[in-house]
Design a protein around this ligand. Structure first.
Ligand SMILES: *Cc1c(COP(=O)(O)O)cnc(C)c1O
Length: 467
């Protein structure tokens, strides 16, 4: 499989090159040239374990042998605390797909444990090293750090906005004692962090000089690893219930997770509609209900990992909506970057997209959904998952003929403040992994909002590594 840029100006590259590059050189995102059709294989895949299915689903996207991929998958799922990796559990009139059994208790571990192993495997083959630079508002940072920890050919520089992540989120990153891990507390916002990372990636000379690598969800390998749990859950539920298709409700920020579901659907897994659930930061819900993509201010919410206005993976979706025309994508993305809104024509039935239904949840809706599910099912939701459950309930009110699977994207113990807001102090959300880090020493450096200072910092450490 070859990979092409959404902006159409780069020559096709291999899977390994696409993973190492992260971002296309023309500024676009990388996508596989074609989407494999798996419909003829579904019946033989129904009884596979998560790891076995992962190999089947991902193999056509890669340039790896099945044995090599199997080894990478097995090592990645070994860090999960549940034998089924991503177990399903019934919850009232829906299903919950628990994606938080990885080392940092967020669904991002599913992709980042795998990505760390893929990076290491490619770098060993090429006898090379890589410097990863990323920005985080919370969950991505710890999952990315954990994914590359102990991997000698990788060094990671993770920027977080100083004082703007939760204490727990910061400690999950800064208590990692590994000389290849550099946490940087930036005196600014998440957007400032993201802006500096972008500046480094756009400096192609610097990018080549330090072999810059990306762990944000723009990296195709992350999307690819997430296709697996849509495949797994859709096969499990259709086998269990006899339903012909299942719907998924997806708490959405950067559009990475739901885009993986969209690809799984295109591949032919038994998936009906995808429910796109947003919090008050609802640029995507507004888009999928009106056809207009227009940025607004980011408002802080109790589901902070979805507090996003620029959904970086949206460009991939746009590519397909614009009939795979790189020139149109380029024009649209330049317009958005210049602050203009984007308007796509509606389908003949008046919808923006028949495969995606978007619903947003207010802070009250989110808290209410945490309360209700706890009282009725005795099950504690994290605030991100609660946004998705709210959206799923709204959809079930209208139409119940296809089961809904809600993706549980984080363990509630990661968000004790939201749990206390919803349920009071009597319900405690704890997890031994988080209890263990609270007393450990932290390690991080301050960083100013200046891409040149950041470049010098990276270069210094990158040289040390090569010496
Ligand atoms: C990152 C994250 C999301 C949003 O996922 P996207 O791929 O950015 O849409 C939702 N919930 C949690 C807990 C997250 O960490």
């Amino acid at each position: 499989m070859k990979y092409i840029s959404t902006r159409g100006e780069d020559p096709p590259i291999s899977f390994s090159a696409a993973v190492v590059e992260g971002l296309a050189r023309d500024g676009g995102l990388l996508l596989p040239e074609t989407i494999p059709d798996v419909r003829d294989s579904l019946d033989t895949w129904r009884h596979l374990s998560y790891a076995e299915l992962a190999v089947k689903v991902m193999h056509p996207f890669t340039d790896f042998s099945e044995e090599r991929l199997k080894d990478l998958v097995e090592r990645s799922v070994a860090s999960f605390r549940h034998p089924e990796v991503t177990p399903l559990r019934p919850c009232g009139d829906m299903w919950i797909l628990e994606l938080f059994h990885g080392p940092t208790l967020a669904f991002k571990d599913v992709a980042l444990q795998f990505l760390g192993n893929v990076f290491e495997s490619i770098l060993e083959e090429q006898d090379a090293t890589m410097n990863i630079v990323g920005a985080t508002s919370g969950d991505t940072g710890s999952a990315a750090i954990c994914g590359v920890q102990g991997k000698k050919r990788l060094r990671i520089f993770m920027l977080h906005p100083d004082g703007r992540t939760s204490l727990l989120q910061r400690k999950q990153m800064t208590t990692v004692q590994d000389e290849h891990v550099h946490n940087l507390a930036v005196s600014g916002t998440f957007d400032d962090c993201q802006g500096m990372v972008k500046t480094l990636f756009n400096d192609l000379a610097f990018r080549d000089q330090v072999s810059l690598g990306a762990v944000n969800s723009i990296n195709w390998a992350r999307v690819m690893a997430q296709i697996v749990y849509y495949a797994y859950a859709s096969l499990q539920i259709t086998s269990k219930t006899g339903a012909s298709r299942v719907r998924f409700s997806v708490p959405t920020g950067n559009f990475g997770d739901i885009f993986a579901g969209w690809i799984a659907r295109r591949m032919g897994f038994p998936i009906g509609r995808l429910i796109l659930a947003t919090n008050t930061n609802d640029i995507l819900t507004r888009f999928f209900t009106s056809g207009e993509y227009r940025m607004a201010e980011v408002v802080p919410t109790i589901s902070p990992s979805m507090d996003i206005q620029i959904a970086s993976n949206f460009e991939r979706y746009l590519y397909y909506r614009l009939n795979e025309c790189g020139t149109s994508v380029r024009t649209c993305m330049h317009d958005v970057a210049a602050g203009h809104s984007l308007k796509l024509p509606l389908l003949s039935d008046g919808h923006v997209d028949d495969e995606i239904e978007a619903i947003s949840a207010s802070e009250q809706d989110t808290l209410e959904s945490m309360r209700k599910v706890y009282q009725e099912q005795g099950y504690l939701l994290d605030p991100h998952t609660a946004v998705g459950v709210h959206a799923a309930k709204e959809c079930n009110k209208r139409d119940q003929h296809e089961p809904i699977v809600c993706l549980a994207t984080a363990h509630p113990a990661k968000f004790p403040e939201a749990v206390a807001m919803a349920l009071g102090a009597s319900v405690e959300a704890r997890h031994p992994v988080l209890d263990a880090i609270s007393e450990q020493p932290e390690r991080y450096d301050p960083m100013v909002i200046d891409a040149d200072v950041l470049k010098a910092y990276v270069l210094d450490r990158a040289r040390e590594g090569m010496a």
